[in-house]
Every structure is written in C-alpha cells, then in structure tokens.
Design a protein. Sequence first.
Lengths: 358, 272
Amino acid sequence: MLYREAGDFKTTYVADSQTFPLKLDRIGFWVTMAVAWLVIPFVINDYWASSLLVPFLIYAIAAIGLNILTGYCGQVSLGTGGFMAVGAYACYKLMTSFPDINIMIHIVLAGGITAIVGAAFGLPSLRIKGFYLAVATLAAQFFLVWLFNKVAWFYNYSASGQINAPERLVAGVAVTGPSTPAWAQYLICLFFVTLCALIARNLTRGTIGRSWMAIRDMDIAAEIIGVNPLKAKLTAFAVSSFFVGIAGALFFSVYLGAVEVGEVFGIQKSFLVLFMIIIGGLGSIFGSFAGAAFLVLLPVALKWIGVDVMGWPTDLVAHFQLVIVGALIMFFLIKEPHGLAQLWRLAKEKLRLWPFPY
Amino acid sequence: MTADATPYVTEDGRQIGGVMMDLRDITLRFGGVEAIKSISFDIREGEIRAIIGPNGAGKSSMLNVISGFYKPQEGEVHFRGKKRPPMRPYQVARQGVARTFQNIALFEGMSVLDNIMTGRMGHIKSNMLAQAIWAGKAQREENENREAVERIIDFLEIQAIRKTPVGRLPYGLKKRVELARALAAEPDLLLLDEPMAGMNVEEKEDMSRFILDVNDEFGTTIALIEHDMGVVMDLSDRVVVMDYGRKIGDGTPDEVRNNQEVIDAYLGVAHD
C-alpha cells in the first residue's frame, strides 16, 4: 500500500474537516501516540529525557504558540522568551503561594496569566505592523526580563535572585524537584504537548483560525468582509501566549528546576523559537514539531558524530556545531523558505500521481 | 434623490422594492483633495445599480464610503430607513453589505474553500472555547457553514478548485472566488468593484450571467462599478455617472446614454 492522497474520498463535511483527512495519516498518528505514551515511558533514561525528549516537547509547545501568532496571524513577535519567563514566574509564584494545589492546575493557570500579559503587549499590534511590531515585542522581551530581575517579590526575595522549583507530586510521583524520575518528566510534558497540539489544531482549522489567516494575508480586506481585527489579533496574542506560558512553566519547573531569568529566557530564546517555526514551517502545527525536533536534535546529533564517532575534542565540536547549524538554517531558508512542512506537502503532491508522470 | 420610490416590477419580472441605501450629500476629502463632492443617490431593494465614470472620478471611493472603509466628512448614509452611525467596516459587513475589490483581495495563503468560509464570519456564534474543543455548537456551525459555502461553490461552478491554494489560480477564477466569498456572507447588498476588469469576452459573459443569477435567485441588491459600457447598459436598472467627484447623471441606462453632459464627459460620440 502506498502513502498518498489519491483515492481517499470523503462523503461528509465532518470527515472532510477532520484533523487528519488521510487514513494513513490517522494510522500514523495513532501509532505515534501509542509509542509516545506506551513504549517510550518504559525505556526512557535520564540522558534521553534531559537532552532530547523533554526539551523537544517543551520547545514544540512554545513553537506551536509562536506559530499561531506569527505563522497563522502574521504578527511577528520577538518576545517569546519574555512570555516564557512570565509563564515560569507565574508558575513559581503559584507553586510557592498555594503548595497544596496540584501542579497541573498551576501550569495551566500560568498559561492563563501569560495569555493576559500577552494580550496586553499585543495591543500595539492594532496600530503597528511588521518590523515595527517586532521591535515593540522586543521591548516586551527586555522589559519582562528586567522586571523579573528587578522586583524581588517575583523570586520570593531569594538571595541568589534565582527561582527554584520545589518538589511537587502528581498522583504520588514527583514531577518537579531533583528526585523526579525521567519518565515522569517526560509524561507530564507529553500530556501538555498533546493537549496544546489538539487545541491549536482545532482552533486553526475552524473559524477563529480562518480569521487569523485572513488578517495575516490581507488585513484590510479581512476587515471589510467582516473579520473584527481587534478580536482576531488579541485572541492570537492571547492563545499564543497561553501556549508559550505553559512552555515556560514546564521549562522552569519540570525541565531545569532552577532558573536565572536573563540567562534562560533572554533574547536568544526568542530567536531560537522563531528559527524553529521558520525552519519547521510558518502556519503549520506539524511544522512546529518538525522545527523543534530539528533544532533540538541537530546539536545533539552533531555532538555525537563529532565527539563519539570522529573523536574530535569537545570544544572544536562545539564551535563546529554553531557553524553547521547556522549554515543549515541558511541552506533551508534558500532552498525551502516555507520550511519542512512545505517539503512534506510537496512530497504528498508528487505522490498523488506517482508512479505516473501526469 | 429619486422622487418616487414605489415598488415596481421590471420588464423581465424582477421585483424592485423601496430605497435600501440612501446616500445624502456625501463629501469626502483627502487633505485638500475633494474626492467626492456632495453626492446623493439611492440604491433600491432588488435592483442592479451601476456607478460609472472616468478614472479618478471617485467611484471606488464611493464604494469605500458605503462599505464603511472611508468616513465621509459630510453627509449621511441611510441604510434600511435608518441613519447609519459611524461604524467599522466589519460591522457594516455584518449588517449585510458584502463586496469585492478592484484589485483582487483574496487571502493568498488559504485554500479556495477557506477563503469562501471566511465570508461566513458574520454567521458564527460559537465562542473560542467551544471551537477549541471542536464539539457541539462549534462543529454544528462549521458544518452548516460548509453546506452554505458548498451551495455557493456549486452556483459559481468552482467545485474542482475548492482545495486549491488561491495563490495558484488564474486571474479569472480569482475574480470568481472573490465573488463567492462575498456571496457566502448572504448579503442584502453586494458591492462589486470592476468585476469584469481585465477579462476576455467569454469570462465577461460568464461573470454577467453570475451577476444576473445572483440578483434573480437570491434577490440580492447589487451596486457595481464597471467600465464596459455594453455590460453596464445591459445589466443595470439604473446608472449613476460620476466625474471629478461630482454626480453628472443618474437614471435608467437610456436616460444616461442620452444625457449630453455624460456624453461629453465620459461616453463620447460614436464614430459612424
């Protein structure tokens, strides 16, 4: 059997608008889910969790968030790091203020708080566009990092100025703190990734997603045919920040455990997530995953090839890594500016008629 | 302003009702330039109303005033007997005014289907939370809208391209998709800004047929700007002629055709 679109017919509109219109895609999805939920938790170890899977899952959430704002709604944002910091600090304050409440609720609430902050910083988007908006969100990035450094209340007046995640349990198993098992770290991230991806997909294939894309493609026409630009832009900022906030909360509480805001949530983080969605594909949920995987896996893979296979010194490999990642990003942008998701779409189109030329 | 607005039936049997949109003494300025100088005219229920005139006469500006994109400095817009307060274009759209654009303004990154679905924006009532879960009301609405959109797709004969990204379509089809998007809103008043610009004779015939069918089958009132005089005179019930922001003629195609001022400014004299 071949993987292709041809011959896959729909008889209802429900079937035509489902998440995976192709049967093989659906099978692939359920197989992936089964492996992710039922196999990986039993074989995962600390190395795989901390250097690959957990950062991949968390960055995937952040990339989905930014993709909604930039890829779907066309509002360029350089404030991702700052919004991740909001999620992290909101989660920290909630964890320490209400230690009896389940951490899962804290993480969702941290996302909610980030959504409000994001919508507030999204207000300038009603007046300014493109590069000017990017600069405005850059201001948000620096302001937020400065705020979390400056106001001691946010880090509970700790001497180091860092925030540290206390141990919290879900169903009797630690998910934050130093004694967390790798599989628990992985599972909590997987849970939120699954949730966020489903929500993002539902929003983007429906009415609200169409209003975002309409604003992206031609905002004046969108308004004239009945899209409320205020609502479309602010919901994009809010939903995007919600996901980014959840990613920030997980990054702090589950992944790192301790955070110094300028170091972890600085401007580099904003650029990293932006690169992910550009390489993965703007306006594609799959692209968010692909981009996150690419930028998380690539350095690890290069390090493995350089140090373990070739036996080069670590510092040399580390430098090479930067060069190669940079070169690959440029290569991708020139060869396929619409990202990995577009490569996938093109392959599918080719397969539609394969093996016949036309 | 036409003196009498009593309903009548046209020769081909279409019902023309009372005044739907009444524009009174509209003046629009851009800095020192007066694009529209105190123009009044009305659009009646069920009719096809053409706006013609040379380039730069202010026709598109007039359409932009009607759709709420430009706010006139002076004058009033009365819609369905009530004075229209200042409102944003999307609010005007939700009152039942849809339009197409002179330079196609489709959403290039979206499929034909999604473009047309966007036209249904005013018919959505479910909130974001319901849409996020994709269940109950949100899904029901999505399917109802899809059915409505599919009817339009059938009507305009664009079934084959519904999943194609709009950016890949040729010009004539784009024009048709844009009409479909406007129709999807089920408007009472449809504004068409040069629907036949840049088309060949065959495409013009198709488009004329669609415009007449829309007017006939859905009872949609249509106001259109067009330069092809043959098309305008054949399609429209009444014609407004503009020149340099002023109104120089208003009436049935025959009246306009014989109006000396209109001939001088725009139509010219046939060489025979």
